[in-house]
Ligand binder design. Structure first.
Ligand SMILES: [Fe+2]
Ligand SMILES: [Fe+2]
Length: 285
């Protein structure tokens, strides 16, 4: 089974003045006054969709931040962008913190991209894809599953024998292998989520987004044994800025019956996505 993993597309549409309440005003300042909107481009986003289609995966998995400030206009544009993928391929998605940017935006993600639950299991082939939604509107851009959600995750993981790919928006670990931070833009209960994973041999890999420069780290397993592969492809909508060592990426995972067999990472070269020279993450971020 081959899974294309995309994340952090960040489709932007300049908000109307009347939509600039509270947090979105800060976000709009960041995007349109401080120039962050140049970080994501339609060229990369369009090429991403073409490259995913060409990869012909069995499943497309999106780990959130499809939009920038979760306005209706951005969701409509993001849904139109993803439509060729969603009409041809199996599709699973969870929101990112940008997709639930403000209280009034909650519900839009589900309306445009599918139902949500804190913990959801989707069987694909011999694998259980466990989708964990930790995103909520929050001034400090923090995520959390909560104690009830962590219990639900533990119950899910203790049920059945299938290998597990766990997907969430926020990293559990940073690129240095330490706990992901700073706390203001991280998942508050990453440690509890990770604890549920490392004690369960079913969990083979964790995939996420949120950090726009991708990386792979290995999470050590309690009591030894093969570590859990933790992978962030990097932002799929990132502008091509080679002088800043910045471009868009996505990954294709090859899953055997019970193990992750291969990771291929694709990078945007300004025109199209090409397989990363030297193997996945050989380029660094
Ligand atoms: Fe993002
Ligand atoms: Fe994010």
């Amino acid at each position: 089974m081959r899974i294309a993993h995309i994340t952090d597309i960040h489709v932007e549409r300049r908000p109307e003045l009347g939509q600039l309440g509270n947090k979105r005003l800060a976000g709009a300042l960041n995007l349109y006054v401080l120039g962050r909107h140049n970080h994501f481009t339609a060229a990369a986003q369009g090429a991403l969709v073409e490259a995913v289609m060409a990869a012909k995966p069995d499943l497309v998995l999106c780990t959130g931040d499809l939009t920038a400030t979760a306005t209706e206009a951005e969701f409509v544009a993001a849904a139109a962008l993803m439509e060729p993928i969603r009409t041809r391929f199996d599709w699973l998605a969870i929101p990112g913190n940008h997709d639930v940017y403000t209280g009034e935006s909650v519900g839009r993600f589900a309306q445009h991209f599918g139902a949500l639950a804190p913990v959801r299991v989707e069987r694909r082939g011999t694998w259980d894809v466990v989708l964990v939604d930790v995103c909520h509107p929050d001034w400090l851009s923090r995520g959390w599953l909560g104690s009830g959600g962590v219990s639900a995750l533990e119950t899910v993981l203790s049920t059945g024998e299938a290998p597990v790919l766990l997907a969430l928006h926020y990293p559990l670990r940073g690129r240095d292998g330490a706990r992901h931070g700073p706390a203001t833009r991280a998942c508050i209960d990453a440690e509890a989520i990770e604890a549920a994973c490392v004690k369960n041999p079913r969990v083979k890999m964790v995939v996420h987004g949120h950090e726009h420069h991708g990386y792979r780290v290995e999470i050590p397993r309690e009591g030894g044994g093969a570590p859990i592969a933790s992978i962030d492809p990097g932002a799929g909508g990132y502008a091509f800025l080679p002088e800043k060592k910045r471009t868009a990426h996505f990954c294709v995972y090859t899953l055997g019956e019970a193990e992750l067999e291969g990771v291929e990472r694709f990078a945007f070269d300004g025109e199209r996505f090409v397989s990363e020279a030297g193997g996945a993450f050989a380029s660094g971020g």
